[in-house]
Ligand binder design. Structure first.
Ligand code: HEM
Length: 419
């Protein structure tokens, strides 16, 4: 069949509304792996890079493909980029220094130390949710665990969790009217252009971050906020704006992503009963299953870089200043790397997915933590669930950036094995 390239519109949030358009990515990988995607003004369009190996090359080569001019599709003035900058939109060496501030709390060994606490929280969440019998899995389960865990690491008091969830959602889901207070492609958001995610919710979240920071300056504790207020980069403390942007990045990056991965996991297992049974028969397979859930759900679908010079990639002429967008959600289904990519296989091994990035310096800081949360959640779920049925339509997030699920109505039958 002739490729349907002109039907592909990766710039349009609605193109992702019903499902990830895997047919489009398959077509692009095969027929136009470095594809020019037009965009509505004021944006200029971007190159969509869809093959695994090319994506890795882009992520590794930070000199040619810079993060410092923005990592979202939105084209920003230098003033805006500077105002909103956090470590994710910096290049080495400044990026390296800033990342070092937080990285100790997220190493494999540091994260292993959180397992007891994560399990305790997963049990609290499941005890409450599963006893209801019928409920929204996203609201009651997936949404609860990541923010509780993050709050503990950061030092956010439990009482403030609901507010952090709401504000974090409003920022990252800025194209979805259910969450956002200013839908980015439908309303005039120019007044918010200097804020993280161009979102008014950032005002409240940063005000809250300021309060916490002030408290920790007075009374230091063993948490991430204290580390950040005491931290020095290049001999200077973080400026107020740097602190704000760091705080918002962590709340957003560590919260919604993991939530959606958990939801993708339960949906995949309920749709592939044979895989659920395999996992039940052999729970030691869980770490592999977690990797497959991460690949299958690919929550962060893309990030952007900007070309710093003219170059050629797969025969396409990319010019200095062009946006180059890497589609992890396509790389994770690349037939050259994953045999039978459309098969959900909890035993897939090797599984070198790029859900957390791959090879570059920005590879997800919270990857070990996200893996731990997902593993513990599914260990606890599988022990308790005899059956889970999705009872109604799921509601997807309106976004070409986050592969998110807002609601998943379920009915559960329990094994009777609780805490
Ligand atoms: C399933 C859950 C998650 C997914 C899918 C995810 C995905 C990603 C991706 C794709 C990147 C960019 C990689 C690159 O450009 O090479 C990233 C960066 C980042 N993630 Fe995650 N993430 C998740 C969970 C978390 C958690 C739990 C945290 C906790 C703090 C976190 C914090 C960050 C930070 C701070 C960065 C920026 C790192 C840098 O610029 O050096 N993420 N994540």
């Amino acid at each position: 069949m002739a490729p349907r390239l002109d039907e592909i519109d990766l710039a349009n949030h609605d193109f992702f509304m019903d499902a990830v358009p895997h047919w489009a990515f398959r077509t692009l990988r095969e027929h136009d792996p470095v594809h020019w995607q037009a965009e509505p003004a004021p944006n200029r369009g971007f190159w969509a890079v869809t093959r695994f190996r090319d994506i890795e090359e882009v992520l590794r080569d930070t000199r040619t493909f810079s993060s410092a001019r923005g990592i979202s599709l939105e084209e920003q003035s230098p003033e805006k980029v500077e105002a909103r900058r956090s470590m994710i939109d910096m290049d080495p060496p400044r990026h390296t220094r800033l990342r070092r501030l937080a990285s100790k709390l997220f190493t494999r060994s540091a994260v292993a130390g959180y397992e007891g606490f994560v399990r305790e929280q997963a049990r609290v969440v499941l005890d409450r949710a599963l006893s209801k019998g019928e409920f929204d899995f996203v609201e009651e389960v997936s949404r609860e665990l990541p923010i509780r865990v993050l709050a503990r690491i950061m030092g956010v008091p439990d009482d403030d969790l609901p507010m952090c969830i709401e504000l974090g959602d409003a920022m990252i889901a800025h194209a979805d009217p259910e969450y956002s207070r200013a839908v980015i492609d439908a309303e005039d958001t120019s007044g918010y252009r200097l804020l993280p995610f161009r979102s008014p919710a950032a005002v409240e979240l940063t005000a809250y971050g300021h309060r916490l920071a002030a408290e920790r300056r007075q009374e230091p504790r063993d948490d991430l906020i204290t580390r950040l207020v005491q931290a020095e980069v290049e001999g200077e403390h973080l400026s107020e704006r740097e602190f704000d942007n760091f705080f918002c990045l962590l709340i957003v990056a560590g919260n919604e992503t993991t939530r959606h991965a958990i939801t993708h996991g339960i949906l995949a297992l309920s749709e592939h009963r044979d895989q659920w049974d395999r996992l039940r028969e052999d729970p030691d397979r869980m770490p592999l299953a977690v990797e497959e859930i991460l690949r299958w759900g690919t929550v962060t679908m893309h990030f952007r870089r900007t070309a710093t010079r003219d170059l050629e990639l797969r025969g396409r002429h990319i010019r200095e200043g062009d946006k180059v967008v890497v589609w992890f959600v396509s790389g994770n289904f690349d037939e050259e790397v994953f045999p039978e990519p459309d098969r959900f296989d909890v035993g897939r091994d090797p599984n070198p997915h790029m859900t957390f990035g791959s090879g570059g310096p920005h590879v997800c800081l919270g990857a070990h933590l996200a893996r731990l949360e997902i593993r513990v959640m599914f260990e606890e779920l599988l022990r308790r669930l005899r059956d889970l049925e999705v009872t109604g339509p799921i509601a997807r997030l309106r976004s070409n950036f986050i592969n998110g699920i807002k609601h998943t109505p379920v009915r559960v039958e329990l094994t009777g094995r609780g805490t």
